[in-house]
Write a protein that binds this ligand. Structure first.
Ligand code: 6YU
Length: 498
């Protein structure tokens, strides 16, 4: 068995919690060191007035039997009736829930779904092609966004032959809007940063995305309640991990050093810090440093920013059945997913709002979505100025000068010191090999040193469910299982005791 092996887990997000639970069940001695004062990491629920809002993860993407987050949530009774129906689980949405949209233009016009349909059709077609075949076509510019745009223009030239020039330019504004939405989905600055070949790596599960009506953090509470009390040490940022300490057979090979000076010896450490943190702090964090191939993957994979701006109103000004509101800038027919003057016009990057379903928990709340450098800039603008920009934006697009938000709340993931962004995307030039490198334990194969000293979990280490909560959970279980099977195949005397 695992004897008295001591495992330290760095980070108390859901991947760390998932790994800890499985190891504790098997008899390992487990401690989690967490930099902040709370568990959950990028799962973070709070309130805006009387409304429950999610600062981080929002949905269970693809709630079906294969999705461990769905299964846990169901087991704990955290889901609404509708999410539990077989019809809901069987829905094939390919990553894009069929939400009922409304489109407003910057001159205050409301468009019908029919008016934007030719643009949506082309865009959806492109997305399907991209998911099926990947677009790793080496092109002269090496510019992936350009590749998408060329495709858009080509298809538009064929399909919109009989459409007048004014309508065509409006349709191109719709495409610009959908590009910005796609940037939010990927959590990236521009689609030019995303490796379209990498799109084939991501798998979407069946099932219509659902939410936790009582908040995503309810799942964290349930999971935490099953860990022995005292398993987590909070406000304990890890500064460096000293591995390969060849201090003799009976000693623990890893020393974990905290900011506060505390040093903990362990047989194994599971690192679950976000990729954004790793990119910034890898050189201080690992001693000896990460091997070059692993470091290259840390650098090559993308970690971008997607933020939310929640806006509450006294009464709704949108249609009762509307689920998403798109904002079309009529000067964007040139197909852009970036704003030229970020300081003055960062808000143009906000593609629009999703509508929080009104029920006993929510009054009238919209969630705005903004990604990229514009989003990073937004984090530094005062809340009052964000509120003012949102108010002006809505008045302009609806033509209604009386719209006044009651209050707002935004996420600030880029400036979060232990995250540095939102989630992972396959950047240009990335392949499955980068995810394999991310999850590879240290020391790497072939070394004479004690095996499995440093293991890696977290959403960025999952090769097909990166950027999701279920990817994070599965990565935690994967690393726990790696240790469990290691001990089930080695002599019981192996880890030493101190
Ligand atoms: C999902 C969704 N969702 C929106 C937004 C965000 C994310 N995700 P954690 O960071 O949780 O834990 C690490 C801990 O480590 C943390 O507590 C730190 O404080 C700590 N730490 C760091 N440094 C430390 C140190 N030195 N010492 C000690 N501790 C330290 N996922 O399933 N549904 O709706 C969304 C969304 C705004 C920010 C999301 C969503 C992502 C999840 O939140 C995230 O993956 C997990 O919570 C991560 O858990 P973890 O344990 O790994 O890390 C081409 C193609 C691509 C297709 N892309 C697909 C797009 C789908 C992505 N959708 C996401 C969308 C939203 C809206």
């Amino acid at each position: 068995g695992c004897g008295n092996a001591r495992v330290v887990i760095v980070g108390c997000g859901i991947s760390g919690i998932a790994a800890a639970r499985r190891l504790v069940e098997t008899g390992f001695n487990v401690h989690i060191l967490e930099a902040t004062g709370r568990s959950g990491g990028r799962i973070k629920t709070t309130t805006l007035g009387d409304n429950i809002v999610e600062i981080g993860a929002n949905w269970i993407h693809g709630p079906c039997e294969e999705n461990p987050v769905f299964c846990l949530a169901r087991q704990y009774g955290l889901l609404d009736q509708q999410a539990l129906t077989p019809e809901n689980q069987a829905m094939e949405i390919n990553g894009y829930p069929p939400w009922a949209p409304i489109y407003f233009t910057s001159s205050g016009r409301k468009l019908s779904a029919g008016e934007v349909e030719p643009a949506v059709e082309i865009f959806t077609e492109l997305q399907c092609d991209c998911q099926l075949i990947g677009w790793n076509i080496p092109d002269v510019t090496g510019n992936e966004l350009y590749l998408v745009l060329v495709q858009v223009q080509k298809r538009a030239a064929e399909k919109w032959k009989d459409i007048d020039a004014r309508t065509k330019s409006l349709l191109l504004c719709v495409i610009s809007n959908l590009l910005k939405l796609e940037c939010c989905v990927n959590g990236t600055h521009s689609l030019d940063d995303v490796g379209l070949g990498g799109c084939t790596l991501y798998h979407s599960l069946p099932g219509l995305d659902c939410v936790f009506s009582g908040g995503y953090e309810g799942l964290i509470e349930k999971l935490m309640s099953e860990l022995p009390s005292g398993s987590v040490i909070y406000n304990q940022p890890v500064r460096s991990i000293h591995w390969n300490n060849n201090t003799g057979k009976r000693e623990r090979p890893v020393i974990i050093e905290c900011e506060a000076g505390r040093r903990i010896a362990a047989d194994h450490v599971i690192v679950t810090v976000p990729l954004g943190f790793l990119k910034k702090h890898h050189s201080a964090l690992f001693n000896p440093p990460l091997p070059p191939h692993k470091l290259q993957s840390v650098q090559r994979l993308g970690f971008g920013t997607n933020n939310k701006i929640f806006v509450e109103f006294d009464s709704p000004w949108w249609d009762a059945d509307c689920e998403v509101i798109h904002l079309l800038w009529e000067d964007e027919e040139a197909l852009v997913d970036q704003v030229p003057d970020i300081q003055r016009s960062w808000i143009k990057k906000l593609f629009g709002f999703t509508v929080l379903k009104p029920n006993e928990r929510y009054s009238h709340v919209l969630c705005g979505w903004i990604s990229g450098h514009e989003s990073e800039y937004m984090e530094l603008v005062s809340e009052q100025d964000v509120m003012q920009s949102i108010t002006q934006l809505l008045r302009k697009f609806t033509g209604n000068p009386t719209i006044t938000p009651r209050r707002i709340l935004r996420s600030q993931w880029f400036h979060h010191p232990w995250t540095h962004g939102s989630y992972t995307y396959p950047a240009k030039g990335c392949s499955k090999q980068d995810f394999d490198n991310m999850m590879e334990p240290l020391p790497t194969k072939g070394s004479q040193a004690k095996p499995l000293q440093v293991l890696f979990a977290g959403e960025a280490t999952h090769q097909c469910y990166f950027s999701t909560v279920h990817g994070a959970v599965l990565s935690g279980w994967r690393e726990a299982d790696r240790l469990i099977s290691h001990y089930s195949s080695t002599a019981p005397s192996e880890p030493h005791r101190s």
